[in-house]
Design a protein around this ligand. Structure first.
Ligand SMILES: CC(=O)SCCNC(=O)CCNC(=O)[C@H](O)C(C)(C)COP(=O)(O)OP(=O)(O)OC[C@H]1O[C@@H](n2cnc3c(N)ncnc32)[C@H](O)[C@@H]1OP(=O)(O)O
Ligand SMILES: CCCC(=O)O
Length: 445
């Protein structure tokens, strides 16, 4: 059978395709922009005839049909490797659960059988003449997830760009059990607009950058601010090696800042694992030989990152304590995000020759009642999740400056962190540091 005949023979409607799901199944959705929108809606329509369906996903980009159709979660249990703003609403309502992981290990959970998959559903780009469907915007751990699945359904969408990859970037028609054609819009996830504080933080990091660095920019408003700042600077010959490709990189490509010419390997090629952003970014990636997707187990592996000299990793966090522990995924027990690739990149960047990892946050936040709270805390006590342990705490950044914690004793860390805390909070932090016996009598602000 030629590939077009095979394609035709496997085509069906979304409602027909989801008939394969049976009580008790684990169903995995393609992460973020690979979300199978039409299949999710069709599965939602089965909510009253199915029992105990566990769905796994990450970074939902819009309302999830199975949850909307099943407001009391009688049929569906929603599990998340990583969380978006939409997911936070489900988590806040007790309607979703987080699955902790390091992104570099996520695929191994499928490979080792710890994350069983009965049915996998992903959005892919249209088939090429060889019978291949590009994974498009989400490489991630798609391959491992599909390898683990008993049944694979692809949702073929012409709005998904064709993205070339270093490997594990497509699936052949012979390996799928069902094909559903869809015209759903691919989710957009433009970065949050940078605030004045994001811009100040970006200015504080900027002096550490130089020509020829390879750059990883994380998720959130601040990395976007830094992208804009670099695009307007005279820096040149930057490289891209990042888990997340977002619009910050598009600004850099458009400004001619990224050439990838100084990378010791994959010269001339930018490398990413997941892309989330604007339509313009997706159009930029479509059939673009300059940018390759690769699996998370490769991109996020500290051993890969270590070999990229002059590697600079820039991510955001939520809070730090005076010991240098960093929380980037919860506020107390309120779940906000995920470890994602943060610890992978902090570890890899430190190991690279001349590498540096920055973790940035606003020094404080003002609550709904107008009360200011420090994001630098004496100690974590409220259930906050430690994303980066103090042993790996890197260059910490707020709008008040940069504190390199590497090699510092507890009293030095406390002093360095209090120096970048909000000025109104410093006296209280010093008192707390004294009480915790991490303040030296001669310390000065
Ligand atoms: C490796 C790569 O290539 S990708 C990056 C690596 N991965 C990571 O770093 C994962 C962890 N980091 C993250 O997820 C993000 O960078 C974050 C969450 C820390 C910051 O992202 P931003 O988009 O700038 O966060 P933002 O300021 O919009 O806050 C997100 C939410 O956290 C809440 N929040 C943030 N800080 C606090 C705080 N100190 N206290 C309470 N809540 C807070 C906000 O209110 C918001 O909640 P809402 O959506 O319900 O309103
Ligand atoms: C796409 C998610 C980015 C991260 O947190 O690693």
């Amino acid at each position: 059978m030629d590939v077009y005949q095979e394609y035709k023979s496997k085509c069906c409607t979304a409602d027909q395709a989801v008939q394969v799901v049976k009580d008790g199944d684990w169903v995995d959705y393609g992460m973020s922009c690979a979300y199978p929108t039409a299949l999710d809606k069709a599965l939602a329509r089965r909510h009253s005839d199915l029992k105990d369906i566990k769905v796994r996903n990450a970074i939902s980009c819009h309302a999830v049909a199975i949850l909307e159709a099943d407001p009391e979660n009688r049929t569906f249990t929603y599990n998340l490797w990583h969380c978006s703003g939409i997911d936070r609403k489900y988590l806040d309502a007790g309607r979703a659960y987080h699955e902790p992981m390091l992104f570099r290990d996520c695929g191994s959970y499928y490979r080792r059988g710890f994350a069983p998959v009965d049915v996998a559903m992903i959005t892919v780009a249209p088939m090429d003449k060889h019978g291949n469907f590009s994974f498009g915007l989400t490489n991630g751990c798609t391959q491992e997830m599909l390898d683990a699945a008993e049944t694979i359904i692809v949702e073929v969408n012409p709005n998904m760009p064709v993205v070339f990859g270093m490997g594990s970037d497509h699936i052949h028609v012979s390996k799928v059990q069902a094909i559903v054609e869809s015209q759903e819009a691919v989710s957009l996830a433009p970065n949050r607009e940078p605030s004045a504080i994001d811009k100040q933080i970006a200015e504080n990091i900027f002096p550490y950058l130089h020509d020829g660095i390879t750059l990883q920019l994380g998720i959130g408003g601040m990395p976007n601010a830094l992208g804009i700042l670099i695009a307007e600077s005279d820096l040149k010959d930057l490289g891209m090696h990042t888990e997340l490709m977002s619009d910050g990189y598009l600004d850099l490509y458009k400004a001619g800042k990224i050439t990838n010419d100084k990378k010791p390997f994959q010269r001339g090629k930018g490398v990413f694992s997941i892309c989330m952003g604007s339509k313009e970014l997706y159009e930029f990636l479509d059939h673009n030989q300059d940018v390759l997707s690769a699996p998370m187990h490769y991109v996020n592996n500290p051993e890969t990152i270590r070999q990229l000299d002059d590697f600079i990793s820039i991510n955001s966090c939520i809070a730090a304590d005076l010991y240098g522990q960093v929380c980037s995924e919860s506020a107390g027990t309120r779940h906000i995000s995920g470890t994602g690739g943060q610890l992978d990149f902090v570890t890899g960047a430190y190991a690279a020759d001349h590498g540096k990892a920055f973790l940035a946050m606003p020094s404080s936040r003002v609550d709904k009642k107008g009360v200011r709270h420090s994001n630098i805390l004496p100690k974590f006590t409220a259930g906050d999740i430690i994303t980066t342990p103090r042993t790996q705490a890197p260059y910490m950044v707020t709008e008040y400056g940069v504190a390199n914690l590497s090699g510092l004793a507890t009293w030095q860390r406390a002093e360095a962190l209090i120096n970048i805390a909000h000025p109104d909070m410093r006296e209280d932090l010093i008192k707390a540091a004294e009480a915790q016996r991490i303040w030296r009598r001669s310390n000065k602000i």
